[in-house]
Design a protein around this ligand. Sequence first.
Ligand code: MG
Length: 300
Amino acid sequence: MNSFEIRLDPFRAMVLTNAPIEVLGEGFRWLEGPVWFADHDCLYVSDIPNDRVLRWTQDGGVSVFRRPSGFANGHARDREGRLIGCSHQNRCITRLELDGTLTVLASHYRGKRLNSPNDIVCKSDGSIWFSDPPYGINTDYEGGKQASELPPSLYRLDGVTGALSVVADDFNGPNGLAFSPDERLLYVAETGHQFDPAASQYIRRFNVSADGRLSGGDRFYKVHPGFADGFRLDEDGNIWSSAGDGVHCISPQGELLGKILTGRVVSNVAFGGRNRSRLFICASQQLLAIYTNVRGCIRP
Ligand code: MG
């Protein structure tokens, strides 16, 4: 029997109490960056300390897709169907072209190297948004100890000009990010200094203007226990966030609706499968999935 925690009534209709949490794979070191490719019917996910990107299919299970991966972390898919990724070790944003070659989209800002891009999303106007904390260059385990050259910031890469701009720089460790279904809001995790558990750890919410500028940025929600490393939204705007005890579902009003309890720390999630109603869960050393009664936001 699954462990759900119902906090508010609407959550009862959002989960399926007879759908099991399935273990799709295990024995990994630390999973993050899941992204669903509907037309390939597969999930890509990073196993960061093993320096590889994995591919999962229902019939074939888990296989190694790309190794070395430059200690890849977050992934997204652009409007042309290409895999966009973050590289800790190479301190850059990459695009895997349809012919299999890898293009570096951004590695420097004003002549200085990025830290270790962590998580990434694509917007419908073709722009690419990503966070750049130093987590991947603080340790050899997740990329390699290197000196930081830039403050931790949130960036926007213009889809037409390729210009890179800072959209927010008042962050103590920007991490996961996701747009609301109408793209008027941007949620960003702030996970603080990785060696200081008392540091600020919140989901912040920004207003997004039509020309791609941010305003607001107030603390929207604090996940507890643990923190929000990454999250995805369903088509009703609810936030399905990683947490220390599983996945927390938070309403657009900032109420905790309920939890899927996994018994282990969750880092990132992604909706996928038929109708985008299956939630893939990066749960430390395991890849999990559970069918839900909601559908993921069309643009993750
Ligand atoms: Mg992350």
